[in-house]
Structures are given as C-alpha cells and as structure tokens.
Design a protein around this ligand. Structure first.
Ligand code: RP5
Length: 164
C-alpha cells in the first residue's frame, strides 16, 4: 500500500493533525509526518513534494495556518493528489488559511477540507488509496456503517424523548 504523507507548516499545527494521525492509525495505513513550511523552509518543502512519488507516497496531506501556502506549494511540485487543511490560528478564525488554501489557480489542484478538518483529510486520503485496494475499501465501508449505527442510536434517544 502506498504511504500517506502528512506535512504541516509548524509544530504548532500538530494538535489538529493528531486527529488525522489517529484516523490513519485506526485503519493501519502507512504514513509519515513532517514539519516543512512553504515560507520558512521552502527548499525542504519543495524537495519533499518533488520526491514524494518515488519515495512511495500515494497521496499528500498539507496543513498550514495564516497565509497558508503550503498545500499549494506542495501541489506545485508533484502530481500526486494533495489534500489541504486550513488551520485555525489566533486571528481571523482560519478564514485566512481557508482562502489561501482553497483558492488555487487553474492547473494546480488542492482538495481543500474544512478549517481544522483533519479527520476528513485522512478519510479522503484513505478513500483515494482505496480506489485500488479492496481490503481498505471494505474497512471504510465498515467504518461508515458503524458511524451510521451511532447516529441512529442518537436518533432513537431523541425520538423517544420528544415524539410521544
Ligand atoms: C503557519 O503559521 C503554520 O502552519 C502555523 O499554522 C502558523 C503559525 O506558526 P507558528 O508561529 O506557530 O510556528 O505557517
């Protein structure tokens, strides 16, 4: 199975990324985690992206806050699919990072998830790899069914309380 690469602009982003890491661990998916910044360590960020395919990655997750150019900079240097996570920082509620991540120019796509949407980023990465992986796609189906069962349990409790 191809690896999933997680790259974040600062270790201050790690608390959000831990949700993605936990999701990948739950599915026993191989992954690597790195801190490379589009602005502070542009050479390392570029090298990581340029070498990602030959280093066995199948999909990359890039997370950054503020003027969040990391996902775009990574996408500019690989044709692997790149999933961007805008990170909420102390100002502007993450809208700065959302717009910086999502508003890519034509030709260089970034699949942007919600602000701090680390779990969905991991699930989307897994779904991409599951296109060619039956075992993984079955695990994803099971997880969806478990989630649905939990929601239906909650529905039962709400219905019992209000629908007399
Ligand atoms: C971005 O700036 C990082 O991704 C982080 O979200 C934000 C703040 O970084 P630190 O000042 O906490 O290192 O590049």
């Amino acid at each position: 199975m191809k690896k999933i690469g997680i790259v974040m602009g600062s270790d201050s982003d790690l608390p959000v990324l831990e949700k993605a890491i936990a999701t990948l661990e739950k599915f026993d998916a191989p992954f690597e985690v790195h801190v490379y910044s589009a602005h502070r360590t542009p050479v390392e960020a570029k090298n990581f992206a340029q070498n990602a395919r030959k280093n066995g990655f199948g999909v990359l997750i890039a997370a950054a806050g503020k003027a969040a150019h990391l996902a775009g900079a990574v996408a500019a240097n690989t044709t692997l699919p790149v999933i961007g996570i805008p990170i909420k920082s102390s100002t502007l509620d993450g809208l700065d990072a959302l717009l910086s991540t999502v508003q890519m120019p034509g030709g260089i796509p970034v699949a942007t998830v919600a602000i701090d949407g680390a779990e969905n980023a991991a699930l989307l990465a897994l779904q991409m790899l599951a296109i060619e992986d039956k075992e993984l796609s079955e695990k994803l189906d099971e997880a969806r069914a478990e989630n649905a069962a939990k929601v239906l349990e909650k529905n039962k409790a709400v219905e019992a309380k209000y629908n007399k």
